[in-house]
Design a protein around this ligand. Structure first.
Ligand code: AOF
Ligand code: ZN
Length: 355
């Protein structure tokens, strides 16, 4: 199961709204097949592993990181294939939260006389597919706020200068995060301040996320690098934004979407629309106003805070620019906090207590 999980993790981020899944088939003390789900619409993990095992799957054990599917989706049901190949035992890390599966896969295996066990390394598999788990049950994307910040919580110096807060190791980790997300989101303030490209730049080729700019008044300049051709760009705005700017930005190749009828982009409506467009995970990369708005609205599922051992002082812009509560009792608390080191920096990961 450890090997199946590592195989799944290797392909994390390239399956879109499908989960990352790994499968290892063992017979007579020997690994006879191994596979991962690599792309939505293509074979599931079990199919790759069983194709490799061939006749050697008969009487063997399949370790799968997610309950084998029982439904006809873009591919046929994996549990029927496991039954047909004569596998004797199936060990599953977690049940599939997809309402069309949700226990039916394991029930079908047992009905066919296969010994099925659930729960081995289950927490790790659940964590690996946290975005899929939310999306498949709610139709809403999983939202991760990622920011680099100083120890005193600032994301730039007093003048707005911000290149760079963290070092190369942390920045490389961020590009891996971009590769693993369906979309990346920033506020227009970040575009005006930094003119980011928002593509994935790693030492090996990666996948570019869809780029999303939250821009209530369409202040996005024609020359913005985020409008480049490397990846699709969506601009979320309001009905009050100037129509000629919307036309111009559409002419430059981006899609302009009106979210809600208020003076600011309705972020909850925006995520519902992104979900309808099969965007299952969004990495929010700034800046302080968008981060603050998401916290105020309770719309973030996860925070990844890359801290550099630096201090810039009180006038500098805060990483969370909302007004904030009057009392410490009302501070947003994170649970399941983990700390990982990247060079001289640390990433603090946690989940808002409201999730
Ligand atoms: C598995 N093994 O490797 C994966 C599973 O449209 P489809 O046919 O790709 O089905 C997608 C659904 O199948 C997905 O929402 C999830 O419930 C399950 N994914 N199941 O047995 C796999 N990727
Ligand atoms: Zn399947």
């Amino acid at each position: 199961m450890r090997l199946a999980l590592n195989t799944a993790k290797g392909a994390a981020g390239q399956t879109g709204i499908n989960p990352a899944v790994g499968c290892v088939v063992v017979n007579d003390g020997r690994i006879v097949g191994i596979g991962a789900h690599l792309r939505r619409g293509e074979a599931h993990a079990e199919v790759h592993a069983l194709d490799m095992a061939g006749e050697r799957a008969r009487g063997g054990t399949a370790y799968v990181t997610l309950e084998p599917c029982s439904h006809h989706g873009r591919t046929p049901p994996c549990c029927e294939r496991l039954i047909r190949e004569g596998v004797a035992r199936v060990v599953v890390a977690t049940l599939d939260p997809n309402p069309v599966v949700a226990g039916r896969g394991v029930a079908r295996l047992r009905e066919a006389g296969i010994a099925a066990e659930v729960g081995l390394l289950g927490d790790e598999s659940t964590r690996l597919n946290e975005a899929f788990n939310k999306y498949i049950q709610t139709g809403l994307p999983f939202v991760t706020i990622k920011t680099a910040l100083t120890l005193d919580g600032k994301l730039a110096a007093r003048t707005g200068h911000s290149k760079w807060i963290t070092g190369p190791a942390a920045r490389e980790a961020v590009h891996t995060l971009r590769h693993r997300h369906d979309a990346i989101m920033v506020g227009v303030g970040t575009v005006l301040a930094d003119d980011p490209e928002l593509t994935t730049r790693l030492s090996v080729p990666g996948l570019h996320p869809v780029r999303i700019v939250v821009d209530s008044a369409l202040r996005l300049p024609d020359s913005a690098r985020v409008l480049g051709a490397e990846a699709p760009t969506l601009v979320l705005t309001t009905a009050a934004a100037p129509a000629e700017r919307a036309e111009r930005i559409r002419g430059l190749g981006a899609e302009v979407i009106v979210c809600g009828d208020g003076p600011r982009v309705d972020l909850a409506a925006a995520f519902a629309e992104l979900g309808r467009r099969e965007i299952g995970s969004v990495l929010v990369e700034g800046g302080g106003r968008l981060n603050g708005a998401l916290i105020e609205a309770g719309l973030a599922d996860k925070l990844m805070l890359f801290y550099a051992p630096k201090i810039v002082g009180g006038e500098a812009p805060s990483a969370f620019a909302h007004e904030g509560p009057a009392s410490m009792d009302e501070a947003l608390r994170l649970r399941d906090v983990e700390i990982e080191r990247f060079g001289d920096d640390w990433c603090v990961t946690g989940y808002p207590a409201w999730t």
